[in-house]
Every structure is written in C-alpha cells, then in structure tokens.
Design a protein around this ligand. Structure first.
Ligand SMILES: NC(=O)c1ccc[n+]([C@@H]2O[C@H](COP(=O)([O-])OP(=O)(O)OC[C@H]3O[C@@H](n4cnc5c(N)ncnc54)[C@H](O)[C@@H]3O)[C@@H](O)[C@H]2O)c1
Length: 416
C-alpha cells in the first residue's frame, strides 16, 4: 500500500502535473513515463490484491469454504489415525483437497504435521481438531466448509476394549455416524465412504465371507458398526447420496516411503492389534507376545485372519470414491481373500524384524472368533480392485522399517 501511495504522489514533485491531453501521447518520452506509471500502479494494485487474498486474517473466504470446479474436497474424519493418515496422503497425491477432522484421542498430530509438510500449498490440507460427538462443532464444520465427500474413518476400534466399555463404542461409532450423516444431509454433501469392518459378520459358519454372509456381530465393536451401517442404509432409501460401505479385514503395513506408520497410544498396547504387539515385542517395549487362544478349530489352533495392506485399503477407498453413484449404496469386503494364522503371522514378524520374539500362549480373549477371511470377488468385478501387497512378510518388513526409525511413534507432543 505504501508503494502505491508513493507512485501516485510522484507527479506532484515533478515538473508539472499534466492533464491527459493529446500532447502527452505525441511526446515519446512522456508517453513512456506515463505508461510506466500505469504499469507500475497496475502491478502494485495486483500485488496488493494477491497479498490481501493470501493473508489469512484478511481473507473472508477460505478455499475450503468454496466449491471449485475440478477440485474434489474430501472430509477425512479420523485423519490423524493410522488408516486415515494414509488415506489423506493418497488423496493429496491425487490432487484432492482434504480437511481432516480428528479429536486426537487416538491419532497423532505428528502424522498431520508430516502431511502438512508434504503439502504446504494453500487450499490443499486443513486440520480441524474437533470431537465428532459434539454436535455444535460438527454443524459448524459442515456449515463453514464445502465438502464434496466424506471418508468417515474416525472411531474407537478395539474389539477387546469394546467388550469392557460397550457404551463408549455405541456412542463413538453409532451415534457419531448418525451425527455426521445428519450434517451431510443438511449441507448437501453428496458422497459418503464409510469404514466398516468384518467384525460385523461375527463368526460365520461358512468361509470365505461374501457381502451376503449374514451379519451377526458378537462384540459391541461389531454391533456398533453394524448399527451404523443400518442407519446409513435406511437413510439411503430416501436420499440421493452416493454411499460406499467398505468392510475391512485386518489392516497392516505402512507407507513404503516411510513417511507414515501405525502408532497407537501406549495405553492401548494391551488392547492392541497383532502387528503393533509384534513390533513392540521386537523392540523390547514389551517382554514378549501374548497369543490368546490355541484351541480354535483352525489348522494350528490359533485364530486365522485376512491381513490387508493399508496401501491396498486406501486404493480401494479412492476407487470407491471415483465410482460412487448418486442414490446408490454399495457394500464391499476389502481383504486379500487369504487367511493367515496368528502363528504364521508371528513367524513372519520374527523374520521381518530379525528378532526371536518370546511368545506366551494364553486362553482365548472374550469376543474373538476363530477364522475370518474375505471373498473379495465383488470389489474386483465392480471396482476393478485387488490387493497388490498381499505378501505378509513384505508388508511387515516395510512397517518394521518405520517402527525402527520411530521409537516413540510420532513423538509425545500432540499439541495442535
Ligand atoms: N485397523 C484395522 O485393522 C481396522 C479394521 C477394520 C475397520 N477399521 C476401521 O477403520 C477406521 C480407522 O481405524 P484406525 O485403525 O485408523 O484407527 P485409529 O485409532 O488409528 O484412528 C482413528 C482416529 O479417529 C479419531 N477419533 C476417534 N474418535 C473420534 C471422535 N469422536 N472425534 C474425532 N476423531 C475421533 C482418533 O483420534 C484417531 O485418530 C475405524 O473406523 C475402524 O473401525 C480398522
């Protein structure tokens, strides 16, 4: 602004203020002077406009509040968590605009910082620290931002914990999904990709599990997700929202370039998932591995699971987003189609880490089921998706690299 004022005042100090007459155009020297000033003034004005537009304090509308042709703005709930952060990375790489909403109850600000550093340009990624159980916050977020789609990852997600604290699960999963759905409907957000789970099937008689396998969940985690699915299905009967429900199997692995990893809270270790426990045991954070249940009706007596690499999983999300159709709900299993036993998993983990992990065999854990693996035919035929990283050992090697380099996960600080 200073420069602009100065350029206007210059003529006053010159020989004489000239009216804009024919003579000025006839004098080449004066013409150059005049045009130069015009260009200077125009340039400075443009610079001021750019600065004002880019200044967050002066800008009235953030790019996240605007619908921009050719730009798809995705709200990623739970984007500070394990799967949500990997999904955000992929979306940003594919030029989506992303808003992460996470209350950091289980996620890591460190993961968000990694993403912010990779994509610092304005209008690419914003982070909002908020609880999806807080209706006021949810309504504010949806009214102040223009989302084209929601990937709803945010949830508490531990089977064991759900049996100890079921109400937490019904609130956090079922009730919060209802709130997100209401906000989407009110603000005309057109697409929902919902994170569901194979835990909604319970313990089916027949393997592999197809999308038509009856859903009979046997723990509050699976029940809460099934209820959330039911709410979405009922709502969809009279809505033109495009909905994709993805039922994941057991997620493992991490970004092959080592930027992101799985870093659950230390206090959740006991509840934790098998990969986290294996790595903790390999690093000596815990004395060894506790394998719960050796008398299941499986080949080696330990539980059998279908381990899906997180990179493949986020690929399924992007394909689902691209193929979602208005007024339709589609449901897909996301797994490899192949089961591996806990014993096989532990052996692969020992190989990947090079550590002879101590293993203790204990009685069954409440709420666990013997054998679960998917039939991924439907997603292959309809979304052209198949797991590309199905080698257990390879996935664990990559995840172990990140774990080794990140002894404290993303660090202890979760300040925003
Ligand atoms: N990890 C798996 O093996 C697996 C398998 C099947 C389904 N899923 C589903 O995938 C989704 C993501 O799981 P994950 O493994 O990345 O878990 P995670 O704990 O790493 O991430 C969940 C994120 O949600 C956030 N969150 C939780 N409650 C919230 C709330 N009320 N408001 C705002 N943010 C909240 C947490 O802070 C965390 O960052 C979950 O819905 C889970 O049920 C995971």
């Amino acid at each position: 602004m200073l420069n602009f004022t100065r350029s206007r005042s210059q003529p006053r100090g010159g020989a004489r203020p000239l009216p804009m007459g024919g003579l000025d155009y006839a004098d080449p020297k004066r013409k150059g002077n005049f045009l130069g000033k015009v260009f200077l003034a125009a340039g400075l004005t443009a610079l001021c406009i750019i600065m004002i537009k880019q200044s967050p304090s002066l800008s009235s509308t953030s790019p996240f509040a605007l619908s921009e042709p050719g730009v798809t703005h995705v709200l990623v709930t739970g984007g500070a968590g394990y799967i949500g952060s990997h999904a955000t990375l992929r979306l940003l790489k594919e030029n989506y605009r992303v808003t992460i909403v996470d209350n950091l109850s289980r996620g890591n600000m460190g993961a968000v910082r990694v993403l912010q550093n990779l994509f610092p340009e304005p209008g690419r990624l914003q982070f909002i620290c908020a609880d999806l159980g807080d209706q006021k916050s949810v309504n504010k977020i949806f009214s102040e931002n223009k989302f084209d789609a929601v990937m709803h990852f945010a949830a508490v997600a531990y089977v064991g914990e759900s049996t100890m604290d079921p109400l937490k699960y019904y609130h956090n999963i079922t009730s919060n999904t209802l709130m997100v759905l209401e906000a989407m409907a009110k603000n005309d957000v057109k697409t929902l990709i919902y994170s569901s789970t194979c835990a909604t099937y319970g313990e089916p008689e027949k393997m592999p599990i197809t999308e038509d396998t009856p859903q009979v969940p046997i723990n509050p985690y699976g029940k809460a997700k099934k209820m959330a699915e039911d709410i979405i299905l009922d709502f969809s009967k009279t809505s033109d929202m495009a909905v994709m429900i993805l039922r994941y199997f057991n997620v493992i692995g991490s970004d092959p370039e080592g930027r992101l990893g799985e870093a659950p809270r230390p206090e959740l270790r006991e509840q934790g998932r098998i990969s986290g426990a294996c790595f903790d045991a390999a690093r000596g954070i815990i004395p060894g591995l506790k394998v719960r249940g050796t008398d299941y009706k499986t080949a080696d007596g330990t539980c059998v699971r279908d381990y899906i690499n997180v990179i493949d999983l986020v690929d399924a999300h992007v394909k689902a987003l691209q193929k979602a159709q208005s007024g339709r709900v589609r449901i897909y299993n996301v797994g490899t189609g192949k089961g591996s036993s806990v014993k096989e998993f532990v052996d692969a983990c020992k190989k990947a880490t090079g550590v002879d992990i101590k293993v203790e065999y204990l009685p069954r854990r409440p709420g666990d089921y013997a054998e679960v693996y998917s039939d991924p035919t439907k997603i292959r035929l309809e979304l052209n998706w198949t797991a590309q990283h199905a080698d257990l050992l390879e996935s664990l090697k990559i995840a172990w690299r990140w774990q080794k380099d990140h002894h404290n996960g993303y660090g202890v600080s979760n300040s925003v």
